[in-house]
Design a protein around this ligand. Structure first.
Ligand code: ADP
Length: 541
């Protein structure tokens, strides 16, 4: 027997419609790539998203068509999220930091019909256009005054002209909640980029999931600034969760440097932010240099790669800002786990609580996880046994978009994350490594993340990475690669001695090398594949 409740399909347009109706004067503030600050309300955003929807219909965009974006976090990108998905088309956010060959691959693979881009990317799209034949029209996300005098870009027009031709009188259509809504390719750290195709249902459930108090937690009292880009897993869902909760949204545009971020946080009263560790490490340094304080920022979510405990401690002690450590991937929308204490942990000594919070955390309702050994058998939740982390749930990928081979699924329907983890009896999961980064030393597994976290706790270390290098005796041993802080010195011997007594003897790095900079992926993670190439042929005694 079926229930007798209204069968309203879950659709993302209902989020902006809700915000426009019930939080009509709550603001969205953006720093524009072409200069200046833009400020308007959710009611304005909904009206403009509807103008965009009308324009897309006029251009012949239909259900399921892909519309690409190469854009920063701005109100126009926000309108694209809703305007494109709202008509049943797919908003394909593209990471402009990828190599041009990868961009070409992604645009052609997705067969984007329109491509919206920020002024910053004009030179880039001029190079891409001749090799992206599916794109019928290129739209500059700015006013007509910014259009180049001459351009060979097919159908080039300005976003503002496109909208100005429409009146915004439009009803968001209803359709099946499993309709595709947005598309995001993994950054291809290890392989060719793979497309993850989110549905309206998965996106809306994820937005509710991240709003929960023990998850990222969002409220109408928050002023939310996603520093994670809108081209990276939908800015972790915050452009959906903010209007869903009626929170003010602050979008930092192309200004991802510490000074610009800090200025915007202070002038707009940001209370809550989110981004990868690299951003916060740089911001911490900036705050220390100027003896600065945050007047409104209270918490931030850090994920995408392991958050060093030293960073979490510094934020609380020096800046009175809590870091919530979270884990996820493009394939999980992205939220999988968040590290928030349970009631029975509140009375633990401070150092034990801090140790729990440095883990990647516990699952949010909507995600289930387990760890398995090489034989596929489930491993105990004892905080010791480590194995492949598998997840499942309504916002976890089932298959990649137009993939020649099936996704990373087990026969019984779990997704293989490619991460190696432990799960403690209290349910807290800890990533020990990506399976490809684990160092296998004579039968023992050494976690590169543990060593990196320790290394960055040294005052002279700005950034650190650990990779396995060949060893005749142990097959692999850890090599520590360090970027020193400007003006601070530390010798190789001092660096190695820093690990003594802090990790098991066999886990201590055997060697250390100093470099000027580490290679990073398009999403700010350390590119270990490159580092392994850089140190190919290196071996330890
Ligand atoms: P890719 O780097 O392949 O583009 P994602 O950006 O989706 O993919 O990154 C997902 C991966 O990032 C995870 O599988 C995991 O290895 C790593 N990761 C994400 N969050 C954390 C975290 N809090 N701690 C450690 N690793 C993390």
């Amino acid at each position: 027997m079926l229930g007798l409740m209204m069968a309203e399909p879950l659709r993302v347009a209902t989020i902006i419609e809700h915000a426009a109706k019930w939080h009509s004067d709550t603001e969205i503030v953006s720093r524009l790539p072409e200069g200046g600050i833009h400020r308007y309300t959710y009611a304005d955003a909904n009206r403009r998203a509807k103008q965009l929807a009308q324009a897309l219909h006029r251009l012949g965009i239909e259900n399921g068509d892909r519309v690409g974006t190469l854009a920063w976090n701005t109100h126009r990108h926000f309108e694209l999220y809703y305007g494109v998905a709202g008509i049943g088309a797919v908003c394909h956010t593209i990471n402009p930091r990828l190599f041009p060959e990868q961009l070409v691959y992604i645009i052609n693979h997705a067969e984007d019909r329109l491509l919206f881009f920020d002024l910053t990317f004009l030179p880039l799209v001029e190079r891409l256009a001749p090799v992206c034949p599916t794109v019928e029209k290129w739209v500059l996300m700015a006013g007509p005054e910014h259009l180049p005098k001459q351009s060979a870009l097919p159908g080039l027009c300005s976003y503002e002209d496109l909208l100005a031709a429409e009146d915004g009188h439009y009803e968001w259509p209803s359709f099946d909640e499993n309709t595709a809504c947005s598309l995001c390719y993994t950054s291809g750290t290890t392989d060719q980029p793979k497309g993850v195709l989110y549905s309206h249902r998965s996106t809306l459930l994820h937005a509710l999931g991240i709003s929960l108090p023990d998850s990222l937690g969002c409220s109408a009292l928050d002023v939310i600034m996603p520093v994670v880009p809108m081209f990276h897993v939908n800015a972790w869902g915050l452009p959906y969760a903010a209007p869903l909760n009626g929170a003010k949204l602050v979008l930092p545009g192309a200004g991802m440097d510490s000074a610009s971020l800090y200025e915007l946080m202070e002038t707009e009263g940001v209370t809550f932010s989110a981004g990868v560790p690299t951003i916060w490490l740089a911001l911490l340094q900036f705050m220390r240099e100027g003896h600065r304080k945050f007047s409104t920022l209270r918490r931030t979510v850090v994920g995408g790669s392991s958050c060093p405990p030293a960073l979490m401690k510094a934020f609380v002690d020096e800046l009175n800002v809590t870091i919530t450590h979270a884990w996820g991937m493009t394939e999980t929308s992205p939220l999988g786990t968040a590290s928030r204490l349970k009631a029975n942990q509140l009375t633990l000594p401070a150092d034990e609580k801090a140790a729990i919070l440095t883990k990647q955390g516990r699952v949010v309702f909507g995600v289930d996880m387990k760890i398995v050994g090489d034989d596929g058998q489930e491993l105990p939740h004892d905080g010791e046994a480590f194995g492949d982390l598998l997840v499942r749930g309504p916002w976890v990928v089932r298959d990649y978009f137009r993939a020649p081979t099936p996704g990373e699924m087990t026969a019984d329907g779990w997704f293989r994350t490619g991460d190696v983890a432990t799960i403690a009896p209290d349910g807290f999961m800890q990533i020990t490594d990506r399976s490809k980064d684990v160092i296998k030393s004579g039968g023992e597994w050494i976690s590169s993340i543990d060593l990196e976290n320790l290394a960055v706790a040294h005052p002279a270390v700005a950034e650190a990475a650990v990779i396995g290098v060949p060893s005749a005796k142990w097959s692999e041993r850890p090599l520590l690669v360090v970027v020193r802080r400007p003006g601070l010195d530390v010798s190789k011997e001092e660096m190695l001695a820093f690990f003594r007594g802090k990790v098991a003897r066999f886990s201590e790095p055997d060697a250390v090398e100093f470099v000027d900079a580490l290679p990073h992926t398009a999403t700010g993670k350390i590119l270990k594949t490159q580092l392994r190439k850089d140190f190919a042929g290196y071996s330890v005694a």
